[in-house]
Structures are given as C-alpha cells and as structure tokens.
Design a protein around this ligand. Structure first.
Ligand SMILES: [Zn+2]
Length: 176
C-alpha cells in the first residue's frame, strides 16, 4: 500500500501506477503485489484500520516536509510500526524538481532547499537565523528518529521505473 499525506502527490502517483481502477498489480521477483494508493492522514482512529490490517507493507510518500506533514508522518509511522513493522518512505519529486520544502528549525517558516545548496549554511528569510541546510534523506531520518531498517528512497512523478525500483526494495524487505 502506498500512502500519501498530500493529495496532489497521491493524484500524480495514481496517474503513474494505476490508470484504470485505482489498483496496480506489480509483478516483482515472482511475487504479485497489489498496490492501492491512499491519501490523507492515516492516524485518526477507525479511519483506515481495515486497510491497515490487509496490507503487508506500507510506503509513505512524502513530497513536502514541513512541520505539519512531519507530525502526520510521525503519527503514521508509530501506528504502522505497532501493527506490522514494514514501512518505507518514498521521497516524491515532480519530474525535474531540484529542491524540497522544509520548515525553518527556529521559527517554522516554510522554505525551499535546493539540492545544490545542501551542506551549505542558509539563512531563514523570516527570523534571519542561519542553519546548515540538511540533505533531504538525513533530515527526515533525524526528524522522525527512523532507524537504518527503514528504507528511504526517491521516486519521481511520471517515472514508473523509479516506483518499480523503490517497490523492489520493499519486496526485498518482505523476504528477510
Ligand atoms: Zn526562521
């Protein structure tokens, strides 16, 4: 199951993975995975409990990484790990997108970080505080306190092979 916290992102994933009926059958290494795409916060009680029960594996698709999205993700990760444990994070980019959105660690102002600026010192346009611009993967791993057993990988809108290789990582996890 792919779960997205952001509607635009989920719509785009549906366009890539399941053009017809909303469910995508993916054959990888002799196994067939049935993948549904769901959007919206998964943390609310009763919301998706039956879906949680059915799925073997979850990929949480993240586009933005502001404080609200990270809070939702943190809740969802906790919920899913209590249930199953097989969780991966797919960092979603639109085709050709070379930056990502995060919140200023001091004041929470939303800002964009270009890949080419990662590792440099940036200054928040709102509170003027300087901070090291983090790598997107390291940022989310640190913010959600995720161990190395949680796969974090990049997927690109419109690029089905990027989703396939990300799903392959999940299949490999299932086999362990
Ligand atoms: Zn700030």
């Amino acid at each position: 199951m792919l779960w997205s916290s952001e509607l635009d992102c989920a719509t785009s994933i549906r366009g890539v993975l399941c053009p017809d009926d909303g469910v995508w059958n993916c054959r990888l290494d002799g196994k067939t995975l049935q993948i549904g795409v769901h959007s919206g916060p998964l943390g609310s009680p009763g919301d998706s409990q039956s879906e949680i029960g059915d799925a073997d594996v979850f990929a949480l698709v993240v586009h933005y990484m502001d404080v609200i999205t990270l809070d939702q993700l943190r809740d969802t990760c906790t919920l899913l790990r209590d249930h199953h444990g097989k969780v991966a994070i797919f960092l979603y980019r639109e085709e050709g997108e070379v930056d990502y959105k995060m919140s200023c660690p001091s004041c929470g102002q939303k800002l964009w970080v270009r890949d080419t600026d990662v590792g440099k010192r940036g200054r928040c346009p709102n509170c003027k505080k300087a901070f090291m611009l983090p790598d997107q993967t390291e940022h989310i791993r640190a913010e959600l306190a995720l161990g190395p057993e949680i796969v974090i990988t990049r997927v690109e809108g419109g690029n089905i092979s990027s989703f396939k290789s990300a799903m392959r990582m999940l299949v490999d996890q299932l086999g362990e």
